[in-house]
Design a protein around this ligand. Structure first.
Ligand code: AMP
Length: 394
């Protein structure tokens, strides 16, 4: 379903209430340590300014748990944004209080206001109707450009859309284009690569992707529950006992559907969970007692990379090993490299895999890096994201 975007509505003189994701990391001194999310919101904000809308921005920051807490103020973001836009961004001292009222009332065409942290109010996450209605009173149109929170039905992501014409900004538009194309109409072969610690985080994703993909690659800690389900010995590797039956079911589903399900044939095992541990390459189903798999082995790297390189569409979410430990990062690096080398449409889910791709300097070689880890997983799971569903159809 195609959703309206800011290109589809009149903007001149309109108050555009825009949900952005300015939840940037800050150090103890209140300095922004990574401004990627602010940069990501610029195209939408600049478009609105150029089209002479009055721009009212709103975001959450951290977890202030429904109380005002200066530690989570968005004021440093307003300062940084003023610099990036080359025009003053007025910081409202509250979210729906008198200062926000005044700031919005005094806004000129092309002007920008940033409301305080939405999560100063518990009503935000409760999707309280009064709170949503008050936020909506600041706008003539609602623009959602925060994909990272689109899987949550909060007042600023879902509630407000009931009271205003509701469209997406450019970030959400791009997410829907890439993720939507991948799950609805992918160029084949379509390969999905899943990793990370837990099977239980990806139950729905595995199940849904088995209906869509030609090849499903499972690496990372979650692979060992599958290896064990096939009768392998996995030593002290991560295991979710209560997901063994599920793993067997998925292996069977893959067989029945003719989907190739690739598990790591070999593993880099360690004698303890540490970067200085003794390590050796073993078959994933023959991990010695007391040892644990912390990364995929060289044969698995090659097999996974080959599958990625022969694909026309690839989606990747989750590291292949404990990549935070440098000696166990090469599997994750190999997958990132194969993604970067591929001519396919390459999509990286948010979180660890996006960070790995960025660290390696491959970001420019990936077709799309999602700005929402949880949201992109729910999308791949086939779930409807409330913050997207609430937007007006084209
Ligand atoms: P997730 O949040 O599920 O994407 O998992 C990411 C985490 O999984 C990272 O912190 C990795 O260190 C961890 N991880 C990946 N592979 C393994 C493994 N073989 N054993 C333990 N932890 C792992």
């Amino acid at each position: 379903m195609h959703k309206k975007t800011i290109r589809d509505i009149p903007l001149k003189g309109m108050r555009a209430l825009v949900r952005v994701d300015f939840n940037v990391p800050m150090d103890d001194a209140g300095q922004i340590t990574d401004e990627n999310r602010i940069q990501g919101a610029l195209p939408t904000i600049q478009y609105l300014i150029e089209h002479e809308a009055k721009v009212i921005l709103m975001s959450h920051m951290g977890r202030p748990k429904g109380a005002v807490n200066p530690k989570y103020s968005l004021a440093p973001v307003a300062q940084r944004l003023s610099h990036l836009l080359g025009q003053k961004v007025r910081m409202a001292k509250d979210v729906i209080g008198p200062d926000a009222d005044a700031a919005v009332a005094e806004l000129k065409d092309g002007g920008v206001v940033l409301l305080e942290n939405l999560r100063y109010h518990a009503e935000e996450e409760k999707n309280n109707a009064d709170f949503a209605r008050k936020l909506a009173s600041y706008g003539d149109v609602y623009v959602n450009d925060a994909f990272g929170t689109a899987h949550r039905a909060h007042a600023s992501t879902e509630g407000v859309a009931h009271y205003l014409p509701a469209v997406s900004g450019f970030l959400i538009e791009k997410e829907l284009q890439f993720l939507g194309q991948a799950v609805e109409n992918p160029e084949r072969p379509f390969v999905a690569v899943l990793g990370g610690a837990k099977v239980s985080d990806k139950l729905g994703v595995i199940k849904n992707l088995l209906d869509k993909v030609d090849t499903l690659i499972i690496g990372g800690g979650m692979a060992y529950t599958f290896v064990k389900a096939q009768g392998g010995e996995i030593g002290k590797s991560l295991l979710e006992e209560d997901k063994l039956d599920y793993a067997r079911e998925m292996l069977e589903k893959a067989r029945a559907k003719g989907v190739k399900l690739l598990l790591p044939e070999d593993t880099l095992a360690a004698d303890s969970f540490s970067n200085d541990a003794s390590s050796k390459v073993v078959l994933s189903g023959e991990i010695p007692e007391g040892w644990l798999g912390l990364d995929i082995g060289p044969k698995a790297q090659k097999a996974f990379s080959d599958a990625i390189k022969s694909a026309r569409t690839v989606v990747w979410n989750g590291p292949m090993g404990v990549f935070e430990l440098s000696n166990f990062a090469s599997g994750t690096r190999a997958v990132a490299q194969a993604m970067a080398d591929s001519d396919a449409v390459t999509i990286v889910g948010g979180g660890d895999s996006a960070a790995a791709v960025a660290q390696l300097g491959f970001a420019g070689k990936i077709s799309h890096i999602s700005t929402g880890g949880g949201a992109s997983l729910e999308f791949l799971e086939g779930l409807e994201l409330p913050g997207v569903a609430a937007l007006n159809d084209k």
